[in-house]
Design a protein around this ligand. Structure first.
Ligand SMILES: C[S@@+](CC[C@H](N)C(=O)[O-])C[C@H]1O[C@@H](n2cnc3c(N)ncnc32)[C@H](O)[C@@H]1O
Length: 375
């Protein structure tokens, strides 16, 4: 007999203890808004308990036992819950595969988009310049979220050793192959989650391009928080160095052939441009040399600067890749403007203030943004 896990065990979660629960809390909370008949209440309780039997739920959820049972079975049917067995007792947990993990809503960038990343000239130039400014000969470098290894390859020309960490299997295989084909022998490709990887030595520089607009979908902040704790006893040099995020009122055109589609979208990818209706206000700044809070929770007052219609907000993030460089703004593959629609048009006069509440967990995915107009 061997203790090797069977594929069906892993699929059904019997070895789940070792797997990180990757559904961020705000994403679960957001999801409950779409679940009827107290399904959300039961889902949240199981998420909070991490694992729960029907008996556990009966003592913690204020619902009749028969309803809890019906809800658990409905949540199972809809794919939110997995089950483990302890003898014949069923233990439920929240599965992670219903939540979006892939670009652009989540952090994984599949192989097919890696060429697009490489083709974005303004992004590539900024990263190239930052590497030249930051890495000294003989440094040990960690490239976290290495993709197919572009940053690692550049870094390897200066550094003594580069550890390239990539989570996606296909992207990792491709990166490893490219490094071998190029004959670069000081890059070690590691497949794993940069939030929990252990390296065999201390590093001098961390490269980490897990950036996205607002730092919401990708794991820039959680990964950097981990890196500064784990990878060096002294101060780390980081690329990027810092980032700032701003918000402004907009009027966007949601009408297509007579119907309205008020959908969050990245402006750089479509052919329509929204109109700005207020000044841009910086509401969130991070320096990647410090440990940063992973929760953003803001009430923001935005003053309309024209008479007209306001029907959404736009989020923009600028990044400074090295302290002596200029901020790099939006390009198609680096922090394109993110438009978040309001559910209605507001007629405003110049000077009028619109107050917006916005909350999200950094790295929690685009579906974990909660925002509303404060009436
Ligand atoms: C924006 S791409 C950058 C790729 C490359 N560094 C570059 O600049 O061209 C980010 C990469 O990080 C990977 N990634 C996302 N989350 C990760 C994690 N937790 N650990 C390791 N890699 C991750 C993605 O799959 C993707 O390949």
């Amino acid at each position: 007999m061997t203790d090797e896990p069977k594929p069906e065990d892993i699929l059904e979660g019997k070895n789940r203890e070792s797997v990180r629960n990757s559904v961020p809390p705000l994403q679960v909370i957001n999801e409950t808004r779409f679940l009827e008949n107290d399904l959300g209440k039961v889902l949240l309780e199981i998420y909070e308990l991490k694992k729960a039997t029907l008996e556990d739920l009966a003592s913690s959820v204020e619902l009749p036992q028969s309803k809890i049972k019906r809800n658990v079975s409905e949540l199972r049917k809809q794919g939110y819950l997995g089950v483990n067995f302890d003898d014949s007792t069923k233990i439920y947990y929240v599965r992670s595969d219903w939540s979006t993990q892939e670009f652009p809503s989540g952090p994984i960038i599949p192989l097919v988009y890696q060429y697009n990343l490489l083709s974005d000239e303004s992004r590539m130039e900024a990263l190239h310049e930052a590497i030249e400014h930051t890495i000294d000969e003989g440094d040990v470098v960690a490239d976290l979220g290495a993709g197919v290894g572009f940053l690692s390859c550049l870094a390897s020309e200066l550094a003594e050793k580069v550890y390239a960490v990539e989570i996606d299997r296909e992207v990792y295989e491709e990166g490893k192959k490219i490094v071998e084909q190029e004959g670069i022998d000081n890059i070690e490709y590691i497949r794993g989650d940069a939030r929990e990887i252990e390296l065999p030595e201390e590093v001098d520089v961390v490269l980490c391009e897990l950036l996205d607009t607002g730092l919401i979908a990708e794991l820039q902040v959680p990964v950097m928080n981990y890196a500064i704790e784990e990878f060096s006893k002294t101060e780390l040099q980081t690329v990027p160095h810092d980032a700032r995020t701003s918000i402004q009122l907009i009027e966007a055109d949601y009408e297509f052939y007579g119907n309205e589609f008020r959908i969050p979208h990245f402006e750089e990818y479509d052919s329509r441009e929204s109109e700005t209706r207020s000044k841009e206000l910086t509401y969130h700044e991070v320096s990647f040399q410090e440990n940063n809070s992973e929760l953003v929770e803001k009430r923001i007052e935005l003053e309309a600067n024209v008479d007209g219609i306001v029907n959404g907000i736009q989020i923009n993030t600028d990044v400074r890749f090295a302290p002596d460089m200029e901020y790099t703004g939006a390009s198609p593959w680096l922090n394109p403007p993110l438009n978040l629609p309001f559910d209605r048009d507001l007629a405003v006069e110049a000077g009028e203030t619109i107050t917006v509440d916005i909350t999200y967990e950094l790295g929690g995915g685009l579906s974990n943004i909660v925002y509303s107009i404060v009436d």
